[in-house]
Ligand binder design. Structure first.
Ligand code: FES
Length: 97
């Protein structure tokens, strides 16, 4: 009944939620756990989802999971890049230590 009512509303009047999901509720797996599993076992996204059941039932989590993994990947790349960059002191010279 509620679903039918929401479907009949115009898109502009539909309630929206700005909070992101942080876990797959159907599988009971957090996005963080999924990412850790992918890293530890070097699994592709689809393999990790298949093994955990994440995103395999209602699929409501997939958009937020994709955003989470993209953000996590970008943060990882930034930290790896920061680690490679030589540290500069205020004069622009390489800092020691
Ligand atoms: S919440 Fe992830 S499949 Fe349902």
């Amino acid at each position: 009944m509620m679903r039918r009512m929401l479907l009949n509303m115009s898109a502009a009047r539909r309630p929206t939620c700005t909070r992101r999901m942080t876990r797959c509720e159907c599988a009971g797996v957090s996005f963080e756990e999924l990412r850790a599993l992918m890293d530890a076992r070097r699994l592709a996204f689809s393999d990790a989802c298949q093994q955990t059941g994440c995103g395999q039932t209602c699929t409501a989590c997939l958009d937020d999971l994709g955003a989470y993994l993209t953000d996590a990947s970008e943060a990882h790349q930034r930290s790896a890049s920061d680690a490679r960059e030589p540290r500069l002191d205020s004069s622009g010279e390489g800092a020691q230590g």
